[in-house]
Design a protein around this ligand. Structure first.
Ligand code: SF4
Ligand code: SF4
Length: 469
C-alpha cells in the first residue's frame, strides 16, 4: 500500500502545496490540481503500487516516494527514524568555555547566568581564574580533544573566553591565549584552534583590542538591541544604562580597524523595530551577528507573545541582512541543515556532548548556564583519567536531540530544529528536567522552517518565470 508518511507535513502556498518529510527534508511542490489528484488516488483502492498512480501525477508520485513523503511499506517510517537516530554523534569534546571570572560588572535584568538574582549571584566564585588553573585547563581541554579521537591536523576546536565578564581577568586571558598560540605549534589537534571572547565590551580599550587582535582572539560584544531604549535592561551594578558606553567601544574598535561581531539578546523592545540594526551595520561596519532569544527565569518572566514576535524578528532581519551579504548565525545553522537536507541534531554544543565549561576554580561542567549551582559540573581539571566522551552525563546530554523526543515526532521542524536549551527547558515549569522541551524555541524552529519552504518556492518560481519560453 502507498501511504502518506507520518513525518509528512503540508503547506498551502496559494496556487501550490508543499509536501515535506520532516526527516528527509526535501520539499516537493505540487500544483493544487496535482495535490487533489494525489489525495483522491491515496483514498482509492488503486493505491497499492506506485505504478498504478494516475498518469498525470506519476512523475510527482515517484518524486514523493524518492523523498520518503509517500511510503510503500508499513515499517518504512520506523526504519527512517532508526537510521536517523543511529547517526546521532557520540560525545566528542571540541569546544571549551573558559570562565575567566564568574563576576560581572553588569547586572542585566534578564541574565540567564543569574547576575540579576542576589541569591544566585552570591553563589558565584569570587576568585578569578589563575594562570596555573588556566594552564591546567588548556592541558585538560587538549586531553579531552585527543580522547575524543580528534587528534588530527584538520581539527578545528573552539576556545571561548567567557564569564561573568572575561575582561575583568584580562591578564590571565592574555596569558592563556599566548600559551595556546605556543601550543598550537606542537599539538596538531589545536593547530587550527579558533579563539573568541564574549564580552559586554565596557572594559575594552585600544591597547587591549589591539592585543586581542594580535593574539587571534575574536571579539563578540553582547548588546540587547540597537537603541538606548532596547538596552534599558542592560545596566551596571548601580542600575545605570550602559548602551552609549558600548557604542563608544564600537566606535573605538572601528577606529582601530578590528572587526567585532555582535551577540544580540532580543529584548522585547528590540524586536519592535527591524530598521535599527541596519543603522548600526552602516555606522559601525558590523559584519557578523548572533541573535539570542531571551529565557524566562524565576526572576524574569516573558509574555507568551514574545516567542512569536522574536521568531518573526529573526526571519525579517535575515531577509534584510542577506541583501547586504550578512548572515546571522542562528538562521544560517538551520538554513545549512535545510539546504543540505541533513538532520541537525543539536543547536548547542552542550547537547552534542562536545563542550566543556571550566570554572575559575578548575571544576569542569557541561553548560555555563549551570555555573551558579554547578549542576552537571562533574569533573575537575586535576582528574587525569577523566574522559568526557565516556562520562554518563556527557553521554546523556549528547542524546538530548529532538529526534529522541516522543513529543517532537509529529513536529514539522524535527529535522532542522536541533532542540532549544535544556537549561531553559528545565526552568520553564516545575518538574521539568533537561529532557523537557524548550517551548520558547519551538515557535522559532517551526516559523523558520515554514519561511524556508515558502522562500524556496518563491526562488524556484522566480527562476522558472525568468526562463525563456
Ligand atoms: S544548554 Fe542552554 S545555556 Fe547551556 S550551552 Fe546549551 S543553549 Fe547555552
Ligand atoms: S523542540 Fe519543538 S520545534 Fe523542535 S522538534 Fe521538538 S516540538 Fe518541534
Amino acid at each position: 500500500m502507498v501511504n502518506m508518511s507520518r513525518f509528512t507535513h503540508s503547506y498551502d502556498l496559494g496556487e501550490a502545496v508543499a509536501l515535506y518529510h520532516s526527516l528527509r527534508m526535501k520539499p516537493v511542490y505540487l500544483s493544487k490540481d496535482a495535490f487533489r489528484s494525489l489525495q483522491a488516488w491515496l483514498a482509492s483502492s488503486f493505491c497499492d503500487k506506485i505504478e498504478n498512480a494516475p498518469g498525470e501525477i506519476l512523475v510527482e508520485v515517484q518524486e514523493l516516494v524518492k523523498f520518503k513523503i509517500l511510503t510503500q511499506t508499513e515499517d518504512e517510517d520506523e526504519k527512517v527514524l532508526a537510521f536517523v537516530r543511529s547517526k546521532i554523534p557520540a560525545p566528542a569534546v571540541n569546544v571549551c568555555y573558559m570562565i575567566m571570572s564568574e563576576q560581572c560588572n553588569l547586572a542585566c535584568k534578564y541574565c540567564f547566568l543569574g547576575n540579576n538574582d542576589c541569591e544566585k549571584r552570591s553563589n558565584f566564585l569570587l576568585e578569578n581564574m589563575s594562570t596555573e588553573t588556566a594552564d591546567k585547563a588548556i592541558d585538560f581541554f587538549i586531553r579531552q580533544i585527543k580522547a575524543s579521537g580528534m587528534d588530527h591536523a584538520d581539527n578545528k576546536p573552539v576556545l571561548i573566553f567567557y564569564g561573568g565578564e572575561p575582561m575583568v581577568n584580562f591578564r590571565v586571558l592574555e596569558h592563556t591565549a599566548a600559551r595556546v598560540n605556543e601550543l598550537r605549534k606542537e599539538e596538531p589537534c589545536i593547530r587550527n584552534i579558533e579563539m573568541s571572547m564574549v564580552t559586554n565590551g565596557l572594559l575594552l580599550d585600544e591597547s587591549k583590542v589591539r592585543r586581542l587582535h594580535e593574539l587571534g582572539v575574536a571579539i563578540a560584544i553582547s548588546i540587547d538591541g540597537f537603541t538606548e531604549e532596547a538596552n534599558s535592561m542592560r545596566v551596571d551594578i548601580a542600575g545605570k544604562p550602559v548602551f552609549s558606553r558600548i557604542l563608544d567601544k564600537l566606535n573605538m574598535c572601528k577606529a582601530v580597524g578590528v572587526d567585532v561581531s555582535l551577540s544580540v539578546t532580543l529584548s522585547e523592545e528590540t524586536i519592535k523595530n527591524t530598521k535599527d540594526i541596519l543603522n548600526l551595520v552602516d555606522t559601525y561596519g558590523v559584519k557578523a551577528f548572533g541573535f539570542n532569544i531571551m529565557m524566562s527565569s524565576d526572576t524574569f518572566v516573558l509574555p507568551q507573545s514574545y516567542n512569536e514576535a522574536a521568531a518573526q524578528f529573526i526571519i525579517d532581519e535575515f531577509i534584510e541582512l542577506r541583501e547586504r551579504g550578512i548572515y546571522e548565525d542562528r538562521m544560517m545553522r538551520k538554513l545549512k541543515s535545510f539546504s543540505k537536507a541533513q538532520v541537525y541534531f543539536s543547536d548547542c554544543a552542550a547537547t552534542t556532548g562536545g563542550q566543556i565549561v571550566i570554572a575559575p576554580n578548575g571544576q569542569v561542567g557541561i553548560c555555563h548556564g549551570c555555573l551558579h549551582n554547578k549542576q552537571y559540573f562533574v569533573a575537575h581539571i586535576d582528574d587525569d583519567d577523566f574522559v568526557a566522551a565516556e562520562d554518563k552525563n556527557f553521554i546523556e546530554w549528547a542524546q538530548l536531540s529532538p529526534v529522541n523526543h516522543e513529543e517532537c515526532m509529529d513536529c514539522p521542524a524535527l529535522g532542522i530544529c536541533g532542540g532549544g536549551c535544556p537549561v531553559n527547558a528545565m526552568h520553564l515549569k516545575p518538574g521539568n528536567t533537561i529532557h523537557s522541551i524548550d517551548e520558547r524555541f519551538c515557535v522559532h524552529s517551526k516559523k523558520t522552517l515554514e519561511f524556508f519552504i515558502r522562500d524556496l518556492y518563491r526562488i524556484i518560481t522566480q527562476e522558472e518565470s525568468a526562463q525563456p519560453n
